[in-house]
Design a protein. Structure first.
Length: 141
């Protein structure tokens, strides 16, 4: 079993900086009316970015191995959050947007499927508690 570590240090109020084993720093913060400085991403928002980054890395790598040329690539995430505390996400939708010519639909669908069912560890963890759906679009360059 691999051990991973994270370090978080308070800067002021609810403004924090943190780093993990990769030794890269990130600022986490909250709104000013809640004791923050509004100087960084919110922790729950970071969760959505982690999900997008994890699955994006998988999908792009899989398509590159298949020699499929992408002119550009984006992910749009929409999450529904319950209003009462704890204000957890109840559903998350991942929209993959591929830009380019001659991008085969079958390859895109297979790359997304492999990410969602085999490779993306963030999806694997989150889907135990949250309904995660996905869709995609292919846009001509």
């Amino acid at each position: 079993m691999l051990e991973k570590k994270a370090y978080l240090k308070r800067v002021k109020g609810i403004t924090f900086v943190g780093k993990t084993d990769s030794n890269h720093w990130i600022t986490l913060d909250g709104p000013e009316n809640f004791g923050g400085s509004n100087a960084g991403i919110r922790p729950k928002e970071l969760l959505l970015i982690a999900l997008a980054g994890c699955t994006a890395s998988d999908v792009v790598t899989i398509l590159e191995k298949k020699k499929i040329q992408l002119d550009d690539f984006e992910i749009n995430i929409t999450a529904q959050q319950q209003e009462e505390h704890p204000q957890v996400y109840t559903t998350i939708n991942i929209e993959y947007v591929f830009y380019g010519n001659e991008i085969p639909t079958e390859a895109v669908e297979r790359a997304i499927e492999l990410s969602q069912t085999k490779y993306c560890s963030v999806t694997a963890m989150l889907q135990k508690a949250i309904e995660i759906t996905h869709n995609y679009r292919i846009e001509k360059a």
